[in-house]
Ligand binder design. Structure first.
Ligand code: ADP
Ligand code: ASP
Ligand code: MG
Length: 457
């Protein structure tokens, strides 16, 4: 259910990702897109490409020479934009202040890092890109207001992957953001938020898409536009399969499934607000807006059996062998209670009489750096069972419709995968996906082979 009726239904929120604001020229393309549609009133930006990765590395704590190197790379990215602006003194001072802050926080992180410190540090990327973009728009005679999203993006304190408080966001948005929209366009940060005590949080890597959708929902907007570096959602990542085809129209549930299973094009939670309010999402390329894109909406005519392939790398496979005899009760319950206490959510799961195999997603948060399997967790687990850990696996998801009812799936899928070791198969729980776990090194070839079989033949 939408928490507000549509008070601004003619307006649009546009989100520009890291590559779209990577440098001065890319930012200029974004300005052109905004100029071309007067309904675009709320602009959500990511940090310039590369900056978040560097900030995450600084937040993990590093030696001083490495730190200097990372800081220099961040400074170079921001200065390259400032150097192309005309009257740049004021903005340079502002960015310099933020860079000093980053340096100070990075030094603190190298002494003792924390999840809260990581999010505070990482948030500087979006703060800098939005300040620079407002200045660029000003110099193109486009009035725009910089808005600190933390005033309205209330989250819990699950740093690194914080969850938004939808009702509070609605109230705060109506109070602080909504009144501005008739007078100006608002430039704000994706990805970052604030918890109750006032500390900065982040919504998980790639979270700016989610911010845009949350704002679209809270403001009751007409559409959410996601501008990125590819002109739409394709049958698979076009970097892996250059012959992948664009999907012009896709249903919310299919696209959500793609995002959940790793299609980086959308943050996994992006479609939740859109579905709640039925707001269509458009995905296009800021480099070539004339190329069109994909519309994600409630329903499409004739959903195909196979829609797309998604890939999620860096998965860990845990195989847990029960120490007890056959038919021991409560083993699953004990394992899941333990994992939940360690804040770990399980992905795929298969079971046998005496063992469980499950996968953990080690990507997505700013704070874990892929290290979900702490020594504490492994020690506790080994009291319950014998633990086998296999890292660097990849999850390949075949996304489609009515897959659980289809006949003869095996031929198109498993017939062509003969040369590969498929470590785990998950099928049947959802009619929208069949998932395969394969060694990370084989992942791209598996995707290419499946694409050829399911989408090209
Ligand atoms: P942004 O920084 O704009 O958010 P991302 O890098 O997060 O951009 O997402 C865009 C990238 O998503 C593309 O460059 C592409 O490689 C990747 N991608 C993965 N799966 C798909 C897909 N099915 N269709 C299009 N792009 C995809
Ligand atoms: N800058 C953040 C990231 O790189 C958020 C985003 O780009 O959406 O993860
Ligand atoms: Mg992204």
């Amino acid at each position: 259910m939408c928490a507000v009726s549509s008070p601004n239904s003619q307006y649009v929120v546009a989100k520009f990702g890291g590559t779209s604001v990577a440098d001065f020229d890319a930012m200029n393309n974004c300005a052109d897109i905004i100029l071309a549609d007067t309904n675009v009133r709320v602009i959500v930006l990511s940090a310039s490409a590369g900056v978040t990765n560097l900030l995450v590395a600084l937040a993990a704590g590093c030696e001083s020479d490495k730190r200097e190197n990372y800081l220099k790379q961040i400074r170079d990215i921001q200065y390259a934009i400032i150097d192309r602006l005309n009257e740049a003194d004021v903005i340079r001072e502002e960015i310099d202040r933020l860079l000093e802050n980053i340096e100070m926080l990075s030094e603190a992180a190298s002494l003792a890092t924390s999840e809260a410190l990581t999010d505070e540090l990482v948030s500087h990327g979006e703060v800098m890109s939005t300040l620079l973009f407002v200045e660029l728009l000003r110099q193109r005679n486009m009035g725009a207001e910089w808005f600190d999203i933390r005033r309205i993006m209330r989250t819990n304190d699950n740093f690194g992957r914080a969850e938004p408080n939808i009702l509070q966001i609605h109230t705060l948005t109506m109070e602080h953001l909504h009144p501005r929209l008739n007078d100006t366009i608002v430039i704000t940060q994706g990805f970052i938020g604030r918890e109750e005590k006032g500390r900065t949080t982040t919504l998980g890597r790639g979270g700016s898409d989610y911010t845009a959708a949350l704002l679209g929902e809270a403001l009751g907007l007409q559409r959410v536009d996601i501008w990125t570096d590819v002109p739409g959602i394709y049958t698979t990542d076009p970097r892996i399969v250059p012959t992948a085809k664009r999907i012009n129209k896709i249903a919310f549930d299919e696209a959500a499934e793609m995002a959940t299973f790793g299609a980086k094009i959308l943050h996994p939670a992006t479609l939740l607000p859109a579905v709640r309010c039925g707001i269509p999402v458009f995905v296009g390329s800021s480099k070539e807006p004339q190329a069109g894109g994909t519309v994600v909406c409630d329903k499409t005519g004739n959903p195909p059996l196979f829609r797309a392939l998604a890939l999620r790398r860096k998965q860990t496979l845990l195989t847990l062998h029960s120490l007890k005899m056959l038919h021991a009760r409560g083993f699953l319950a004990e394992v899941f209670t333990l994992l939940s206490r360690h804040n770990i959510s399980v992905d795929l799961i298969t079971t046998s009489e005496v063992s469980i195999a499950l996968t953990l997603d080690t990507k997505g948060s700013t704070s874990t750096n892929g290290n979900l399997l702490t020594n504490a967790l492994l020690t506790e687990l080994s009291k319950l069972c014998r633990v086998e850990v296999e890292e660097d696996m990849a999850l390949v998801a075949i996304i489609g419709n009515e897959l659980s009812r289809a006949k003869g799936l095996g031929k198109g899928i498993f017939g062509v995968l003969e040369p590969f070791n498929i470590r785990m198969i998950s099928c049947g729980a959802s009619s929208h996906n069949v998932c395969l776990l394969v060694p990370g090194n084989d992942a791209e070839q598996v995707i290419q082979t499946l694409h050829q079989s399911l989408f090209e033949e």
